[in-house]
Design a binder for this molecule. Structure first.
Ligand SMILES: Cc1cc2nc3c(=O)[nH]c(=O)nc-3n(C[C@H](O)[C@H](O)[C@H](O)COP(=O)(O)OP(=O)(O)OC[C@H]3O[C@@H](n4cnc5c(N)ncnc54)[C@H](O)[C@@H]3O)c2cc1C
Length: 415
């Protein structure tokens, strides 16, 4: 028997386990997956938790529920990969040999990277919402918060789901309107980017919405430290932004295990070919999802498209065929804008988000780069799709791994 080992049973690892158990021969291939957690988190739900829109049961389920029969699940921390000997060492001392390795260990927040961020004020006046703990603590804080300066902040790029902080600012706007206290809250969005998002046309549309919802934007802010006692963030140029409540997205980093294995970049991301998803570490090591250094968005939808290409490439690798270099960076994200509306963006490495219809050209029913109620319904439906189709490796009708240009107003500008 040959061994295929998957590291991480989050969105990407679970999808790959489901895809590969269906495609690889049970007589020839043992499949093993390793994760330190007992819980699978629906991370997009962390956005809704602080506003009491989702409950714990919406975002947490047992990890083993989604691992298919015929895949062996090991619940243990991964210590490191010994690539020269094709072995993975677990924290309990067990060594796992592999013929093919898939790294799917994701990315996580690293608040200790910013001076003063996670000191005495952490989860008192400084919060994240990128972890279950952070989102839950923030929910408790918001329930009794009486108002003041709410600063929504991104420490540095890249972060997973780069639109989530914007969505948080939009949802905060409607949350405080609905509580009848919007006049008691100033909302400021502070970002190291030169605008609201990484792509110009989407930034134009989002800037308009931010202004309309009275959310101030401070761009080009490269944080140097948090002064928790004085309640201000300070950037390298000496600019200061005061807050009463800081909701920050700390630096995102790949797992320390990558560093211990000796091949990550400075943020512990795995050097990976952006079209084939084979790593540049060794031919029999592949990577998927947030753990890679490829220039695609770090999002579950991206991992879903990557999984289709990677499944085919694993089969090709086994058969000794040339790998398909077809992953185009396809990303598809709903942007919740509050009060029952959302935008939808669909883009890839070379095509930025533009207006149009999705998934059916000219028909939709979803609209690209336009605030609609139907897009909001799509965002809510994503939770069901995630638990019932996406991580189970089921094909989502009308949505292909390769981005479709039909239905997109490629040449048009926003007006
Ligand atoms: C607030 C928020 C909102 C988001 N919204 C959206 C959205 O609307 N749409 C969208 O598409 N995406 C969204 N995302 C992003 C999406 O959740 C991630 O991109 C996706 O989960 C990445 O999957 P992954 O498998 O690469 O990593 P993960 O799902 O994070 O899985 C990594 C797994 O590896 C395990 N692991 C790591 N290191 C070790 C180790 N040393 N030992 C053992 N196990 C280890 C972890 O325990 C974890 O289970 C959002 C994310 C956040 C935080």
């Amino acid at each position: 028997m040959k061994e295929l080992l998957i590291l991480g049973a989050g969105t990407s690892g679970t999808m790959m386990a489901n895809h590969l158990r269906k495609t690889l021969s049970k007589k020839e291939w043992n499949l093993t997956i390793v994760d330190q957690e007992e819980t699978h988190y629906y991370q997009p739900g962390f956005l809704f938790l602080p506003f009491d829109l989702y409950k714990t049961k919406d975002v947490k389920k047992k990890i083993d529920k989604f691992i298919p029969k015929g895949v062996y699940l090991i619940q243990e921390k991964i210590e490191c990969i010994n690539k020269d000997n094709d072995v993975v060492l677990l924290k309990n001392g067990v060594e796992l040999c592999y013929d093919i390795l898939i790294i799917a260990t994701g990315t996580n927040i690293a608040p200790h990277e910013i001076e003063g961020m996670c000191g005495d004020h952490w989860y008192k006046s400084v919060f994240d919402f990128y972890t279950y703990e952070g989102a839950k603590n923030l929910r408790n804080k918001l329930r009794t918060w009486e108002g003041g300066n709410l600063v929504v902040h991104i420490s540095e790029m890249p972060i997973k789901c780069p639109v989530a902080p914007l969505e948080f600012a939009f949802l905060a706007n409607s949350y405080f309107i609905n509580k009848g206290m919007r006049d008691k809250v100033d909302i400021t969005f502070v970002t190291p980017m030169s605008g609201a998002f990484t792509k110009p046309k989407a930034t134009e549309a989002l800037d308009y919405l931010l202004e309309q919802k009275n959310i101030k934007v401070i761009p080009d802010f490269n944080i140097e430290h948090v002064d928790g006692d004085a309640k201000k963030i300070v950037d390298y140029a000496g600019e200061e932004v005061a807050y009463d409540l800081l909701v920050t997205v700390p630096t995102n980093m790949g797992d320390e295990m990558i560093k211990r294995s000796g091949f990550g970049d400075e943020l512990n991301y795995v050097p990976t070919d952006k079209a084939t998803l084979q790593t540049k570490v060794k031919d029999n090591i592949f990577a998927i999802g947030d753990a890679t250094n490829i220039p695609a968005s770090k999002a579950g939808s991206v991992a879903h498209f990557e999984a289709e290409i990677l499944t085919e490439n694993i089969q090709r690798y086994i058969a000794g065929k040339e790998l398909k270099n077809e992953f185009d960076g396809h990303a598809n994200c709903f942007i919740e804008t509050g009060n029952g509306k959302a935008l939808l963006i669909d883009f890839n490495y070379s095509q930025e988000p533009v207006k149009g219809t999705f998934p059916l050209p000219g028909v939709g029913p979803l609209s690209l780069l336009k605030e609609t109620h139907l897009n909001h319904m799509g965002k809510l439906a994503f939770k069901w799709v995630y638990w019932n189709m996406l991580i189970k490796g089921k094909h989502i009708p009308f949505v292909s791994a390769k981005m479709d240009t039909a239905g997109k107003h490629i040449e048009e500008t926003i007006n």
